[in-house]
Design a protein around this ligand. Structure first.
Ligand code: SF4
Length: 321
């Protein structure tokens, strides 16, 4: 655990922190509970923050006269202005946040796939969109890891989320050091992780670190951070992961038998067709890296991007990525 910097993660307050849901309930989410010891949590309930009590009549997002409104049908009251003002001021003041976990489906916290009702008094169908607070977070933090607790039951989404928050926290430490030497070390230990996510950004980031134009450290760190965020915008593709694992295999393939090679390649194939998660071929390759004590690969974050206590193989199956 010591080798990982604790990420700062915003989590909706009803996800295990307070009984603040409209009906007075709290949601004990297994993933969030497991994550708590490994992150610094930041938590609020936007609905309570704008003065709504517990319990309260449910609110919903509606479209009325082409405008999104936060509406409480039972009382016929609107909270649009209050929630917009609170979301703006709270989120703009939020510093050094490495990720967000929002309550899915909430008209306030939900960041995608929220039911938006067409009409206030007379409802004529619904569409999908964002909640007020969650939507504002996506707008202000477009490259930060943002998920809801439901999506995090998908293995690939969860793995990507955890990778992003821990690399973001690690980079914050580099920024604090204000040292080119620390940035070079950061880039070096993340090379395979970057290779898996984006060859294009691996090259761009390599050039920034090489600093052939002799730029000042503040500018280098700024440029590096911008491109690092872009590098992790999408979830690494299966083929990219296999390429990285093949690359790693190149360090020890001459020292293992054909039978062993075939066994590893078979695990890559099973991962490619979805019969295995990435964890299996990765663990297999890791076992040879340890056996042959390959220092360069042992130092690569790719093989251990976050604490192993957070690895859970359960997978909810298909979720839109
Ligand atoms: S989803 Fe957000 S607004 Fe709703 S109870 Fe949870 S923390 Fe509060």
């Amino acid at each position: 655990m010591d080798k990982f910097t604790k990420p700062n993660v915003f989590i909706s307050k009803c996800l295990g922190f307070d009984s603040c849901r409209y009906n007075g309930q709290i949601i004990m989410d297994t993933f969030v509970e497991n994550l708590k010891p490994y992150v610094n949590t930041i938590t609020i309930c936007p609905e309570m923050s704008i003065g709504l009590g517990v319990p309260r009549d449910p609110i919903r997002v509606v479209i009325e006269s082409n405008e999104l409104k936060l509406y409480q049908p039972k009382t016929d009251r609107e909270f649009t202005e209050e929630m917009n003002a609170f979301s703006n001021s709270y989120l703009k003041a939020l510093q050094n946040v490495d990720g967000f976990i929002f309550k899915k489906g909430s008209p306030s916290c939900g960041y995608k796939n929220i039911k938006i009702y067409n009409g206030m008094s007379k409802v004529t169908g619904s569409v999908k969109g964002s909640g007020f607070f969650g939507g504002k977070a996506v707008e202000l933090f477009p490259y930060t890891a943002i998920e809801d607790e439901g999506r995090l039951y998908n293995y690939r989404i969860r793995d990507n989320f955890l990778t992003k928050i821990f690399i973001s926290a690690d980079f914050r430490k580099v920024k604090e050091s204000n040292s080119l030497g620390e940035l070079v070390k950061f880039h070096s230990r993340n090379k395979l992780l970057l290779m898996a996510n984006s060859q294009k950004y691996l090259k761009i980031l390599g050039k920034i670190v090489a600093n052939s134009e002799d730029k000042g450290i503040n500018l280098i760190l700024k440029e590096y951070e911008q491109n690092l965020k872009l590098a992790f915008k999408n979830i690494a593709r299966y083929t990219n992961n296999i390429n990285v694992l093949m690359h790693a295999m190149g360090y020890f393939s001459k020292n293992i038998t054909k039978k062993e090679t075939d066994f590893i390649l078979d695990s890559f194939e099973k991962y490619k067709i979805g019969k295995l998660t990435l964890n299996t071929p990765m663990t297999l390759v890791k076992s040879y890296i340890n056996r042959f004590n390959i220092t360069y690969l042992l130092e690569q974050t790719y093989f251990s991007p976050y604490p192993e206590e957070l690895i859970f193989l359960e997978d909810s199956g298909k979720v839109e990525l």
